[in-house]
Design a protein around this ligand. Structure first.
Ligand SMILES: *[C@@H]1O[C@H](CO)[C@@H](O)[C@H](O)[C@H]1NC(C)=O
Ligand SMILES: *[C@@H]1O[C@H](CO)[C@@H](O)[C@H](O)[C@H]1NC(C)=O
Ligand SMILES: *[C@@H]1O[C@H](CO)[C@@H](O)[C@H](O)[C@H]1NC(C)=O
Ligand SMILES: *[C@@H]1O[C@H](CO)[C@@H](O)[C@H](O)[C@H]1NC(C)=O
Ligand SMILES: *[C@@H]1O[C@H](CO)[C@@H](O)[C@H](O)[C@H]1NC(C)=O
Length: 489
């Protein structure tokens, strides 16, 4: 019994002593190039000497010493990077270097020569990104390696702008994070937070993603418009890296089916190519330099300007990039929609006819967009009901008052996207028709007259015959034989 309790006491003392000395070593994590604070609480009165040291080559060397009544001294090798924290005790080390990842000691002595000592051990976190410059659509591998210590560590990743790493493109495995199909939103600073011993340490790495800015909304114009449209295409940010310079590229146009002029090609038509020389600029398919494009000033702005007179279609900006051996062609498309007012009758329209005016984008439906019509002031269709209107406006009987500008606004909610107009002209039923009618009338009258004349002639003849017969009868009464002869001849 006695022996047992003695043994237990010794064991417990050993445990307590051991845990005491272990707890005294404070574990601190940091990343090369960043700052850390070795925390030390206030102690003693206000006449305390502070002495921070670092273990180098087996011995402790002065880092920072503040002896009461004397100016502080700092180790020559570290003096530019160390200071005391606001509380006057903790040590701040800036711009960590690999040699800093060792043991530090803080000794405090008060004016009664009481002493306390605390020991710190600095461990490193290293973050890697491979590759660190990456093309959109490729796969990024990140690693966050916290050096092994006596405490357990937990790792958490944050994407640029503090976004959580959630979704199908992320897969984490221990300290490794894989991001597939990277895009512009993965460009920037990735953060790895190491949680340990009720503390947190942050380590970061910067990743450059070469990508084009987000796809643009469709552009709206009206058929025949000669005002130029800005077709946007640029890198999502200015990237100061020669690898972010395209090796080739072009702009092409594919008209919408309904909008292509019959007989013209309907496939994509390249209308600009990127120059191949040391200077970046756009050139025409004939090799002529295009002056005044945004590319001349900003080597990341590949926007161009076009007029969409011929109607709508899809413009494509395609740029070929190469980083190390991987090649990727990045594309952005810009849809251009052309609004128009289509008349069911040829303009000018004959008065008295029924007419439909249709406000249309040609090839595609209006989807969620609505239409607002404005008729000429005097038109018979006025007043129109309140908008939105039907895209087809029916005029049951066109009159002269319907002449003028018919305006159709394409609306997205309350916003007008574009306005198309039709200048309607009307015509009386043309003079030629009257001419035809009068000629026909005259012909009819002539025929009638002829018929009448014929009838009269017939009548006259018959009458004459009748008179002759009567005369013959007279001859017969005279019993003249000549009558028979007359009939024979
Ligand atoms: C490019 O290749 C070199 C050597 O093969 C490598 O060190 C570098 O990390 C690569 N860069 C990228 C961005 O992959
Ligand atoms: C990659 O991301 C882009 C943009 O988020 C998406 O349009 C594309 O479908 C994705 N590709 C793959 C293979 O997931
Ligand atoms: C662009 O400018 C150059 C000289 O500055 C000129 O030779 C060339 O003809 C111009 N190109 C066009 C398409 O105007
Ligand atoms: C690109 O250049 C055009 C002028 O050609 C300008 O309007 C546009 O804002 C520029 N885009 C960017 C992203 O700088
Ligand atoms: C006008 O459109 C309506 C359908 O909205 C159709 O029934 C009618 O036949 C059309 N009229 C003309 C003249 O095209």
């Amino acid at each position: 019994m006695n022996y047992c309790s003695v043994k237990l006491v010794i064991w417990m003392t050993a445990v307590i002593f051991k845990t005491h000395t272990q707890a005294a070593v404070v574990v601190i994590y940091g990343q090369v190039g960043t700052s850390v604070i070795l925390p030390r609480e206030k102690w003693g009165g206000n006449k305390v000497n502070i002495h921070w040291t670092i273990q180098m080559k087996g011995e402790y060397q002065n880092v920072y010493a503040r002896t009461f009544g004397r100016p502080p001294t700092a180790g020559e090798f570290i003096k530019d990077r160390v200071s005391l924290d606001q509380n006057g005790y903790s040590l701040v080390i800036k711009n960590l270097i690999p040699n800093d990842f060792t043991t530090f000691k803080c000794e405090l002595t008060d004016n009664n020569n009481n002493k306390v000592e605390s020991v710190y051990k600095l461990y490193s976190i290293s973050v890697t990104a491979s590759p660190s410059i990456i093309l959109a659509s490729q796969t990024l591998s990140l690693g966050c390696d916290a050096q092994r210590s006596t405490v357990s560590t937990q790792i958490e990743w944050r994407a640029p702008q503090g976004k959580e790493v959630e979704g199908p493109s992320f897969s984490a495995q221990g300290p490794k994070l894989t991001v597939t199909n990277v895009t512009a939103q993965h460009h920037g600073t990735w953060k790895c937070t190491v949680t340990y011993d009720n503390r947190k340490a942050e380590a970061t790495i910067s990743v450059t993603v070469v990508d084009l800015s987000a796809p643009s909304q469709p552009l709206y114009t009206f058929l025949g418009s000669t005002s130029p449209l800005l077709l946007p295409c640029s890198l999502h940010s200015r990237i100061d890296n020669s690898q972010a310079r395209p090796k080739g590229g072009h702009w092409s146009f594919t008209p919408f089916r309904g909008d292509a002029t019959p007989g013209e090609l309907t496939g994509p038509e390249k209308f600009l190519s990127l120059s191949q020389g040391p200077l970046l600029y756009w050139e025409t398919p004939q090799g002529q330099k295009v002056n005044g494009s945004a590319l001349e000033k900003d080597h990341y702005n590949f926007s161009t300007v076009r007029t969409a007179e011929k109607g709508g279609g899809v413009y494509t900006c395609a740029l070929d990039f190469q980083v190390n051996t991987s090649k990727v062609t990045l594309r952005r498309t810009v849809r251009v929609e052309a609004l128009r007012v289509v008349s069911s009758q040829e303009n000018p329209v004959l008065e008295g006819q029924a007419l439909n005016l249709t406000c249309t984008l040609g090839h595609s439906s209006l989807n969620k967009l609505t239409v607002k019509w404005t008729a000429p002031r005097l038109s018979s269709v006025n007043p129109l009901s309140s908008p939105p209107h039907s895209p087809i406006l029916s005029i049951p009987r066109v009159t002269e008052k319907d002449r003028g500008q018919w305006k159709c606004q394409l609306m997205e909610g309350d916003k007008t996207l574009v306005t198309a107009q039709l200048n309607l002209k009307t015509e009386r039923v043309p003079v030629d028709v009257w001419l035809v009618v009068s000629i026909c009338g005259a012909a009819v009258v002539l025929i009638l007259v002829l018929v009448l004349v014929f009838i009269c002639v017939q009548r006259y003849r018959q009458q004459r015959m009748f008179v002759r017969r009567r005369r013959n009868i007279k001859f017969c009464q005279c019993k003249h034989p000549q009558v028979k002869g007359f009939y024979k001849s």
